[in-house]
Ligand binder design. Structure first.
Ligand code: ADP
Ligand code: MG
Length: 485
């Protein structure tokens, strides 16, 4: 019954995602940006907005923002301004926040999100830059409020999606993708626990198949993909219950309590502030030159969605494999470097998905902890590709030894382990001939149709070559010789 009712509604979600940019100093001053510093140590007169101080835009903020805009295929605004968003709050020292209201960094564009069903494109409304506010701290048992201004003036990007997301799972995937993308672009550490990525979810429902959007509820400040997903699921049920009981869903701002898993009302739209936006007269307009754009465009890495698409479409990997390979920036970079070294895509994918993944799992490592440089793993893979070491010896014996001795050459270690295959056809032939000579009865059996006997010859040849014979070649040679007997 519950399911049936839910199925008669469409869920509509738009996200506003705040990303803290990884700059050394704040957006309008030289005050440092660092997480976890003692309260009010990362501030100056500018951060505090003393009369007579003037803001100056940190060029790095714009350049990191432009990287994101390009990664989202958005239209970059050629002449941009910052606007004052006026409101009173204890953690807002100037009495206004500098943000881009009229001329955002960019408009349109989309996020391409790899899923098991291929890429899901989520359309964006816009991305704008703004400064963060300080933090109010309420000590338990005290009625006082303390304020820490370290965060005031820290640069943020706000990424606003269009109302085109239709489930809590997709919403969580969007946030996870943004986190991956900003790390990949090197513009933010995307750390949700430390608040460098936060999200507001706008959620509404409408009768299935109708076009007019319902009134939205905005759930503020969700600090993990899990909380985002839980908050949406809870609120959708709440909205459907209201609708089913014949009550309109009020448009309001709500909070989410992770302990209870419930959203709660914070304020209704009617109580909303009038922010009296106007262009900040202390900052000059920003002209984004085409030279600069070109320079940034050239510095962009190949993006995860492009990798995903290439892996699936051009190299025939399963979407599930491509999903795993493109999961982290480190994983993609590693894969990329292997391929740049000339390792075949398929071989690179197989090694990362197979032996390397198993080793990470076994040792409790993430890709960042993996001690082998791509060049070294590349050496190992190329030994296998050249059929000088067989796959299982390389995976089970050579890889662990290399990981413990990450600077030594793969070839040297393979030699020490004695697993380099006999390349010399003459040497192999001697062994094969010797074995065939020693087992006349088995040769007879082969002639009588027992072709499985080749396995026994193989075992003997591998033993006598001390595992160095190339199994494929040995097999071929044995079969050939036996057939001619
Ligand atoms: P506001 O003016 O209230 O801030 P916006 O139109 O700027 O609203 O949209 C803010 C966010 O809300 C965007 O992410 C947008 O996609 C989303 N949104 C707008 N309308 C709806 C709706 N009816 N249901 C769900 N999300 C919505
Ligand atoms: Mg808005």
């Amino acid at each position: 019954m519950e399911e049936l009712i839910r199925d008669s509604y469409d869920v509509v979600i738009g996200l506003e995602i705040h990303v803290q940019l990884k700059t050394r100093s704040k957006i309008f001053s030289a005050d440092p940006v660092s997480f976890g510093a003692p309260p009010n140590t990362q501030i100056s007169e500018i951060t505090l907005g003393y009369p007579g101080t003037l803001p100056r835009l940190n060029r790095d903020v714009l350049s990191l923002g432009l990287r994101m805009a390009m990664a989202c295929h958005a239209d970059i605004t050629p002449v941009q301004r910052f606007d004052r968003k006026n409101y009173f709050y204890p953690d807002l020292p100037k009495g206004y926040q500098l943000t881009q209201d009229r001329s955002p960094l960019c408009r349109g564009g989309y996020l391409a999100i790899p899923t098991r069903n291929g890429l899901l494109n989520v359309a964006l409304e816009k991305i704008h830059m703004e400064e963060d506010a300080g933090k109010s701290i309420h000590q338990e048992g005290s009625s006082d409020t303390q304020v820490d201004f370290n965060r005031a003036g820290v640069p943020l990007l706000e990424i606003v999606t269009r109302p085109v997301i239709h489930s809590e799972a997709d919403a969580a995937a969007v946030v996870t993708e943004v986190r991956k993308l900003v790390r990949f672009l090197g513009i933010s550490d995307g750390n949700m626990e430390e608040g460098s990525l936060r999200c507001d979810a706008n959620v509404s429902i409408k009768p299935k198949g109708t076009t007019a959007l319902g009134k939205k509820v905005e759930i503020k400040n969700l600090n993990s993909a899990r909380n985002l997903s839980h908050a949406i699921a809870y609120d959708v049920s709440r909205q459907i219950e209201l609708a089913e009981a014949g009550h309109p869903v009020p448009s309001e701002t709500r909070g989410f309590d992770a302990a209870t898993g419930k959203t709660y009302p914070q304020r209704t739209k009617e109580e909303l502030n009038d922010y009296r936006y106007f262009p900040d007269p202390d900052l000059t307009p920003i002209n984004v030159s085409s030279d600069w754009l070109e320079e940034i465009r050239r510095s962009l890495p190949v993006l995860p969605d492009v990798w995903f698409e290439r892996m699936v479409k051009e190299h025939g990997l399963a979407t599930s494999d491509a999903l795993v390979l493109t999961e982290t920036a480190e994983g993609i970079n590693y894969f990329n470097e292997l391929c740049l070294l000339g390792v075949r895509y398929k071989a690179a994918a197989n090694w990362l998905m197979g032996p390397v993944k198993a080793m990470l799992h076994e040792r409790g490592w993430s890709m960042e902890d993996f001690p082998l440089q791509p060049a070294k793993l590349g050496e190992l893979i190329q030994l296998v590709e050249a059929e000088r070491v067989n796959f299982s010896a390389a995976a089970q014996r050579l890889l662990p030894v290399m990981v413990d001795d990450p600077l030594e050459s793969a070839e040297e270690l393979a030699n020490r382990l004695g697993i380099v295959q006999v390349q010399d056809d003459g040497a192999l032939e001697l062994i094969v001939d010797e074995v065939i000579k020693e087992f006349p009865l088995k040769v007879e059996a082969f002639k009588n149709g027992k072709s499985g006997i080749v396995t026994m010859f193989m075992g003997e040849v591998m033993k006598r070559s001390r595992g160095k014979a190339d199994p494929r070649k040995a097999n071929e040679m044995i079969t050939n010789k036996l057939s001619k007997k």
